[in-house]
Design a protein around this ligand. Structure first.
Ligand code: BEZ
Ligand code: FE
Length: 645
């Protein structure tokens, strides 16, 4: 059992794009009317924007925040705060500006609103580090924690890629060390893992397109979560080493974190196997330290302390300082161990691995060469897709230390998948379906609006040009089964009926077969095309569909067997609905209670598509008399307006 103490840090967080515009509202919310705006000389341009937004609430500004929060700079800012009679501090910038804001707050008790422009994370910690005559001291207290943090994704769009990478890995270091901190608890664990997953996926996206808002939002959110961990639990060897390298040897903060992190992870891996396994899971890799190193390498981030300006003769002094202090760390700190990890970090080698050392530098060069071979690709989208594919494939090969036999097997598997495919059997799509890729592409393409009915994959059994039938028809063509009366309405997202919609339906019979699989059958069955009436209504008879296995006689079946997965699709009816001025909806309705609902082999089930097909007795709604019970299906489909993507 894990015992822990968890203290919630009470900062108000406003997150979004363009949220800087809410600055005035946030100042007023704190009951303040004279804000002093802080930033660095390099970001002084932001002050004009803040002044404009704050209007009469802007009392003045201080644009001389610098790294390491020197006390003489704080003293000048404090004079200004007093002179202006400021009643709150608004800090817009990176770690240096946040540091100055905290230093002022701890001296004056003034409330703070922090608007971070990097991934430093210090905006959500109650910790302040200051330097006085070159000596760094750290203190922690509740007044240091800002009252409000405004995260504006737009302010990070211009953060250069190299700074985004180092700042992002710096944030990742907070999350990684939080997972093996003595104070770790279920809350910080979850925040840390989510942060690592978000950041590691966001950074390649930012490198490919620095203005990608989604990737930027993920990175900023990851930074917030990581900062929250940093504020909640103590940090270990990694933070200690970075503190020494920055404080005593002047190395740049975030870049130092970026170089050191994989090496400390490798050092601690054996002593914190559970944390390392979870980190690897969040990174989607087999070996966590190697994956962080590879990520940095792939993004052309710094990998060597030598490159950052640390002189070789200083390595021994760093070891002395690291061994001299006492702080929690999962593995005992030994001089030899720290010396070895620092040597690797100084030279820029990959992190030491318990398994056979990987030729990481050569792999990195190889990946870079292949990526560079696409530099001349005229279409930027094609370039992005190809280079990202290469990076991920190389990463997959390296992270899993793929053997030649495994590679041969994969090539053979794909070859057989192609050979199995024909006009009537698409084994590649089946592979994509069973790996969830088809559903992922479908989600991205067709299910972006919450108000419209979710989509689901088309599947291989749709046949172009189904037989047109009048509303009320029976599509079962005399097949045996339990009668099913379907009554569906086609509307817009507000519920306004859409008449004259083309509604194609197709489904399996009660043994799980589609008509195209029943070779003795004469003509189409259990498929039809209807048109909705003036009320948007389509009604028809069929039979209850059954769950069925997808074809298992090819490579996909082999994969499912190897994984111990079943091959069943939960019972469903397919719909393809088109109406003028609306996005086409391809979806499925699932019979509630089907045992395969939570393990559908193609991952097509969505909660909103699971429907009761209740049993009924007596005469049917269209007056039809039945011998026994029948079932009904009622549903309303909401079609989104057609908007070109
Ligand atoms: C189907 O529902 O018809 C289906 C979808 C994906 C793969 C196989 C079948
Ligand atoms: Fe189906």
């Amino acid at each position: 059992m894990q015992e822990f103490t968890y203290v919630r840090q009470a900062a108000r967080v406003v997150f979004g794009a363009g949220t800087l515009a809410r600055l005035r509202e946030e100042v007023e919310r704190l009951g303040c009317s004279r804000a002093v705006v802080l930033t660095t000389a390099r970001q002084a341009g932001l002050v004009a924007r803040a002044r404009e937004l704050l209007g009469p609430l802007a009392a003045g500004e201080f644009t001389r925040a610098v790294a390491h929060t020197p006390t003489d700079v704080t003293a000048s800012a404090l004079d200004l705060v007093r002179e202006l009679g400021a009643d709150c501090v608004v800090a817009i910038g990176g770690g240096s500006t946040t540091g100055l804001s905290k230093a002022l707050a701890v001296r004056t008790g003034l409330p703070q609103i922090i608007v971070p422009t990097t991934y430093a994370g210090s905006e959500v910690t109650p910790v302040l580090g200051e330097t006085d005559n070159g000596v760094k001291t750290t203190q922690s207290s509740p007044e240091i924690l800002p009252e409000t943090v405004v995260y504006d994704v737009d302010l990070t769009l211009g953060l250069p890629v190299p700074i985004s990478v180092t700042s992002g890995v710096n944030a990742m270091a907070h999350a990684i060390e939080a997972l093996y901190a003595p104070q770790a608890n279920p809350v910080t664990d979850e925040l840390a893992l989510r942060s690592i997953a978000l950041m590691s996926a966001a950074l390649p996206g930012i490198a490919a397109d620095p203005t990608d808002r989604e990737a930027r939002a993920d990175a900023l959110q990851a930074a917030w979560l990581a900062g929250t961990c940093l504020g909640a639990v103590g940090m270990g060897l990694h933070h200690r080493l970075c503190h020494i390298l920055g404080g005593s040897f002047g190395l740049p903060h975030a870049a130092t974190h970026t170089v050191v992190l994989p090496h400390v992870m490798a050092y601690n891996a054996g002593a914190a196997p559970d944390a390392m396994r979870r980190i690897a899971g969040a990174l989607g890799a087999a070996d966590a330290p190697a994956a962080v190193y590879d990520l940095v390498s792939a993004l052309h981030g710094p990998v060597s302390l030598g490159e950052l300006g640390l002189r070789e003769e200083n390595l021994a002094r760093v070891v002395e300082l690291a061994v001299g202090a006492s702080y929690p760390n999962p593995r005992e700190i030994t001089a030899d161990g720290v010396a070895a990890l620092l040597r690797d970090a100084w030279e820029g080698r990959g992190p030491a691995s318990e398994s056979r050392a990987l030729p990481t530098a050569e792999l990195r060069t190889l990946t870079d060469q292949v990526v560079a071979s696409f530099d001349g690709t005229p279409d930027p989208r094609v370039r992005r897709l190809l280079t990202d594919l290469v990076r991920r494939l190389h990463g997959f090969v390296a992270d899993n230390d793929l053997t030649e036999d495994e590679w041969q097997y994969a090539i053979g598997f794909l070859t057989r998948t192609g050979q199995m495919s024909s006009d009537t059997r698409q084994e590649f799509i089946l592979l994509s379906d069973t790996l969830g890729v088809s559903s992922a592409v479908d989600l991205l393409t067709n299910s972006r609006t919450a108000e419209s009915t979710p989509s689901a994959v088309l599947g291989p059994f749709y046949v172009e040009g189904p037989p047109p039938l009048p509303v009320g028809a029976d599509i079962s063509q005399g097949m045996s089964g339990t009668p099913l009366w379907t009554s569906v309405r086609i509307t817009d997202p507000e519920g306004v009926a859409l008449p004259d919609a083309v509604v194609d339906v197709w489904q399996s019979n009660d043994e799980g077969f589609y008509d195209v699989q029943l070779h003795d059958l004469d003509g189409p069955a259990l498929r039809a095309r209807f048109r909705s009436d003036a009320e948007g209504l389509v009604e028809f008879w069929s039979i209850l569909p059954s769950a069925y296995p997808i074809p298992g006689d090819g490579p996909v079946g082999e994969m499912l067997d190897a994984a111990g997965r079943h091959a069943y699709r939960a019972a469903h009816v397919h719909f393809m609905i088109s109406a003028p001025g609306r996005q086409r909806l391809v979806t499925q309705l699932f019979v509630a209670g089907d045992p395969h609902q939570d393990s559908d082999v193609v991952f097509g089930v969505k909660d909103a598509l699971v429907v009761d097909f209740p049993e009924r007795k007596g005469p049917a709604p269209d007056g039809r008399e039945l011998d026994g019970p029948w079932h009904s299906l009622e549903y309303t489909f909401h079609l989104a307006p057609a908007t070109p993507r």
